[in-house]
Ligand binder design. Structure first.
Ligand code: ATP
Ligand code: SF4
Ligand code: MG
Length: 353
């Protein structure tokens, strides 16, 4: 890593800490530095995640938003080391800090060491709950399977008791343990998946579009439950979604991705009230406000770039409503503001003056 990229990462981390709970700053659960992930193909590689750096505090909720293809899933499958070829982590580190133990860089870890961390230290909720649950196993058996694999010595009766407790946490009655996934509604399956992710009391839960399969009312109910459980159990959460307005309600901080980079990261309050990056402003204005009178929605013109042929300078310049000439030639610097950090030329003093 060059001195410049290290300085950028340090600035980003410093800014990312802005507005964050002090205890979380002192006690990060995840520290990601310069993470770069490519899809390697016969005609070269597509860099879908470029030099991504951020820190996640213990018990914090970080939302990740961005249009389709911006690299959200690539980032979180790399974070959880669930990526499959042709995806390859080509640079960077992902240091996971188990409570009270030294940090572990997940990037070089082998399959065996990763298996020890999954479920018990970190777990993931995928977009499609139907895919996450085994269609030919009763729900209770799936819970027992996870619980007994990761808690040596747990007998069937204890697993049943814990399953009842876990299902109860997400508002599912104990008799549903006898159901197969196809006998449950989409919302119930999604809540069961979340309960399963919490089965072994992980310190980090990563959720990729956890509520897209359910309606808006159910989305709110599920996320409200996740937040309540987070308060009670203290795990940190990363939630990925297209829906920035949803994140503005539930996240402590939000990272906005565009063309494989985090172009803005900061407190949810700052990104709602005063987004610094024109792309964040565009995203915010593309969704109806949830607790305010309806206003005219403005989409973002154009489409995200082909990652194999990124525009020069700022990758957002062909779509940016406030671009200046320099935007097409000069890569934007990362600029730290009191509650957020963003990559935009207009935020530098020279350009702004
Ligand atoms: N299997 C693959 N092979 C090659 N390139 C891929 C592959 N999967 C993703 N990509 C590339 O990575 C980019 C980012 O994909 P990713 O799935 O991470 O985006 P996303 O932000 O999660 O999108 P969505 O909101 O649609 O889920 C894609 O635009 C594509 O260029
Ligand atoms: S650097 Fe230029 S093109 Fe990029 S977001 Fe800022 S103003 Fe827009
Ligand atoms: Mg995705």
């Amino acid at each position: 890593m060059t001195a410049d990229t290290r300085a950028d990462a340090d600035r980003l981390v410093a800014a990312a800490r802005a507005g964050q709970d002090e205890q979380a700053q002192a006690d990060p659960v995840l520290d990601v530095r310069d993470l770069t992930v490519s899809y390697i193909g016969p005609d070269g590689g597509t860099v879908a995640c470029r030099d991504v750096s951020f820190q996640l505090g213990r018990g914090e909720v970080l939302g990740i938003a961005g249009e389709s293809g911006s690299g959200k899933s690539t980032l979180i499958t790399a974070l959880t080391r669930l990526q499959r070829p042709p995806a390859t982590t080509t640079a960077g580190s992902i240091v996971f800090h188990p409570a009270g133990r030294p940090g572990i860089d997940l990037v070089p870890l082998g399959a065996r060491a990763l298996r020890k961390l999954r479920w018990t230290s970190m777990s993931i909720v995928l977009q499609s709950a139907m895919d996450a649950l085994n269609p030919v196993m009763r729900l209770g058996d799936q819970f027992a399977d996870v619980l007994r694999t990761h808690n040596r010595g747990m007998d069937r009766a204890a697993a049943r008791t814990r399953t009842t407790e876990l299902l109860g946490m997400v508002g599912i009655s104990a008799d549903r343990a006898r159901s197969f996934p196809h006998e449950m509604s989409g919302g119930m399956r999604q809540r069961a998946t979340i309960a399963l992710a919490l089965a072994c009391s992980p310190q980090l839960v990563v959720m990729d579009e956890p509520t897209t399969a359910v309606d808006v009312v159910m989305q709110r109910q599920i996320l409200a439950q996740v937040l309540r459980l987070r308060r009670e159990l203290g795990f940190a959460v990363i939630i990925v979604t297209h829906d920035l307005s949803l994140l503005l309600e539930v996240a402590d901080r939000i990272a906005i991705m565009y063309a494989g980079r985090i172009v803005e990261i900061g407190s949810a309050r700052a990104l709602y009230r005063s987004p610094a990056h024109p792309y964040t402003r565009g995203l915010r204005d593309s969704f109806p406000p949830l607790h305010a009178p309806l206003t005219t929605l403005h989409g973002i013109p154009g489409t995200p770039p082909d990652l194999r042929r990124l525009p020069s300078g700022c990758p957002f310049h062909p779509r940016c409503p406030v671009a200046v000439d320099a935007c097409s030639t000069t890569p934007p610097p990362l600029v730290s503001l009191p509650e957020q950090a963003a990559e935009c030329l207009l935020l530098t003093n020279e350009e702004a003056s």
